[in-house]
Design a protein around this ligand. Structure first.
Ligand code: 4NP
Length: 154
């Protein structure tokens, strides 16, 4: 069965859309058959495209995330994805709390996949400036590379 990964943050307009874009890009470059999506724990921005600053940061690296639309995580996601990756610890705790007992999805923290960054949150750039989004892009790009290597070997 093909692998699938869902990235989850709070609003699904900044961090997880960037992670989705970086992961899709890495999957293509690594020749992976990988289903990639993202969602938020909240529904405040449902239906919206990623934040303008997130779109710009990704596009500066050649990745277009403008076609994404925010959505809230649903119970069905715990059955349909085999990997669910939280962008911060608070989100991981919430996912753990709402996860159905029969879910086989593997939950993890995004930066736990990056050497030297274990246990850390991808900082929320939403209330900051444009530069914060470039830092977020670098973090998700590094994490997506690490995940691509993991999926290549599994
Ligand atoms: P994200 O950033 O979780 O990385 O998408 C946020 C975007 C919006 C809000 C919080 C975080 N908000 O409260 O509206």
């Amino acid at each position: 069965m093909a692998q699938s990964v869902l990235f989850v943050c709070l609003g699904n307009i900044c961090r997880s859309p960037l992670a989705e874009g970086a992961m899709r890009d890495a999957a293509i470059r690594h020749g992976l058959d990988l289903h990639v999506d993202s969602a938020g724990t909240g529904n405040w921005h449902s239906g919206q495209a990623p934040d303008r600053r997130a779109r710009a940061a990704a596009l500066a690296a050649g990745v277009d995330i403008s076609g994404q639309a925010a959505r809230q995580i649903a119970q069905a996601d715990f059955a349909s994805f085999n990997h669910i990756v939280a962008m911060e610890r608070g989100v991981l705790a919430e996912l753990d709390a709402i996860r159905p007992d029969d879910s086989a999805a593997r939950l993890s923290l995004f930066l736990d996949h990056v050497a030297g960054r274990q246990g850390e949150d991808v900082a929320d750039p939403y209330y900051g400036d444009d530069a914060g989004f470039l830092i977020t892009w670098e973090e998700v790009r590094t994490g997506a590379e690490a995940l691509a290597a993991l999926f290549s070997h599994s």
